[in-house]
Design a protein around this ligand. Structure first.
Ligand code: BES
Ligand code: MN
Ligand code: ZN
Length: 500
């Protein structure tokens, strides 16, 4: 999708379609008024018939209005004027993209009234236009054998009418938004793949292939022997029941300038369980297929590194992915088994379904060698987080409140929200074990926090935050599929750190 801006002459724009917002009361927006007078009041007349109520998610396609160069006009509902804001605007634009994707329209001029700048400034406006536009055309990478439906031809989006001097900022937002949408596609395409295709080895090979496209990215992959040399006993304990060998993936982005060579990179760590059966503590069958999404943290990590490269963020960023499959087997780890982590601390594995923290603890320990400015891990870690926060917010925890707040605020700006949960020393108490330094599970209560407290045992002395995305990384039911979250949040976090 290509994006351009315009400042005036809406009625004469050489596009297939013009998108206009209409409030519920039928009162015309400024843009709609301009078009109405260009076509001799036809728009107003049409609205007087009462066929278009202006409710959010309503659209109406009109053709061949006199005096308008665009051959079609799409109306989109903005709801009542008093409750109009960023959320309704987002809905209106995504509805337009959805509607146009079913037509032969190739170019659209986006002239939907904007929320005021306090709600959505020029930069985030541009970003949202591009992100929603490109994401709206995303088609799931399914493996259906039939003929693929024709791709939507919508290719060109003109954005305006812009106030004087706004174009540069809007264009910067458009470029970033397009890059974020591209990263979300990388993330979703990986996460949507079935577990028999997307194995740890596949994930490592895909990462290599993706990185080849960018000059700033370097990839290293540790195979099982190298992982053993790193003494990642907890990661190996999870992996030992699987016929699929594990991989540990290291992706580095060195941005241009001094900051790109920084001795203290930002390290992103992703949970890459390519399928989580629960192991010997096996999960019930209902919905188990969704555990192919248990590598969403890995997908976000890989996608975010490609975004950093695409935008040439002037930062040094390291991505670490622990990729394993969690299976029951004669060789699988059993409840009560004790593993020694790379940090030397021992763990009594009371529940083999709490495998995410076992692979992450070794990955987080690996992060230490980079003397990171900050470490952020991303994981579909606990069902308890879904119980606590539902599907709107990811859970944010950590040992550095400023870093947690930085992530929460990035999520708000990116419309990819996270919410803080408390994490203190006492939260590790349920992890006491008679046989090892700690157990890998506590009780049922506060399970998302206990999991984070476990990770906290491996991050002491580093500025660390943890995002539990179990409730946000994918959708179930009829809309089943990866959401690409929290890639937009991570993008905002890094773009801000880069000062762009
Ligand atoms: N991958 C799951 C968590 C999960 C649940 C992700 C639902 C997405 C949706 C994780 O490995 C897991 O099984 N966690 C256990 C932990 C428990 C054994 C302490 C859980 O949440 O039940
Ligand atoms: Mn599990
Ligand atoms: Zn899991």
């Amino acid at each position: 999708m290509r994006f351009e801006t315009f400042s005036k002459g809406m009625a004469a724009l050489d596009v297939d379609c013009l998108a206009l917002g209409i409030f519920e009361e039928g009162e015309l927006t400024e843009e709609a008024r301009a078009i109405d007078s260009a076509c001799g009041g036809r728009l107003k007349k049409l609205l007087r018939h009462g066929d278009f109520a202006g409710k959010p998610a309503d659209t109406l396609l009109l053709a061949d209005l006199p005096g308008i160069a665009a051959t079609r006009i799409v109306l989109t509902g903005l709801g009542p004027k008093k409750s109009f804001g960023r959320k309704v605007w987002r809905k209106a634009w995504s509805t337009v993209v959805g509607a146009l994707s079913k037509t032969r329209i190739e170019s659209v001029a986006l002239a939907i009234t904007r929320p005021d700048a306090k709600d959505l400034d020029d930069y985030y406006f541009g970003r949202a236009v591009a992100e929603i536009g490109a994401t709206g055309l995303y088609r799931i990478n399914d493996l259906k054998s039939g003929k693929k439906p024709r791709a939507a031809p919508l290719e060109r989006v003109l954005v305006g009418p812009l106030a004087k001097g706004a174009a540069a900022t809007v264009n910067r937002g458009l470029a970033h938004g397009a890059a974020i949408a591209e990263a979300c596609k990388v993330h979703r395409d990986l996460a949507n793949l079935p577990g028999n295709v997307c194995t740890p080895v596949f994930l490592a090979e895909e990462t290599r292939a993706l990185a080849k496209r960018y000059r700033s990215l370097r990839v290293r992959v540790l195979d099982e022997r190298a992982i053993r040399r790193e003494k990642m006993g907890c990661l190996l304990a999870v992996s030992q029941g699987s016929a699929q060998p594990p991989r540990f993936i290291i992706i580095e982005h060195a941005g241009s300038g001094k900051a790109g060579q920084s001795a203290h990179p930002v390290v992103i760590v992703g949970k890459g369980v390519t399928f989580d059966t629960g192991g010997i503590s096996i999960k019930p069958p209902a919905g188990m297929d969704e555990m192919k999404f248990d590598m969403s943290g890995a997908a976000a990590t890989i996608a975010t590194l490609t975004l950093a490269a695409a935008l040439d963020l002037p930062l040094r960023i390291v991505g670490l992915v622990a990729a394993v499959e969690n299976m029951p087997d004669g060789k699988a780890v059993k409840p009560g088994d004790i593993a020694t982590s790379a940090s030397g601390q021992t763990v009594e594995i009371l529940n083999t379904d709490a495998e995410g923290r076992l692979i992450l603890c070794d990955a987080l320990h690996y992060a230490r060698r980079f003397q990171p400015a900050a470490v952020v891990d991303i994981a579909t870690l606990t069902g308890a987080c879904v119980v606590a926060l539902g599907h709107q917010h990811s859970g944010a925890m950590g040992n550095d409140q400023a870093l947690v707040t930085e992530l929460v605020e990035a999520g708000m700006r990116a419309d990819d929200r996270a919410w803080p949960l408390p994490l203190t020393e006492e939260h590790a108490e349920p992890l006491k074990s008679n046989f090892a330094d700690f157990a890998n599970v506590g009780g049922r209560e506060g399970g998302a926090i206990t999991a984070a407290a476990f990770l906290g045992k491996f991050t002491q002395g580093m500025k660390w935050a943890h995002l539990d995305v179990a409730g946000t990384a994918f959708q179930g039911g009829a809309q089943k599929g990866s959401t690409g979250r929290p890639t937009p949040l991570l993008a905002d976090f890094l773009i801000r750190r880069a000062g762009l």
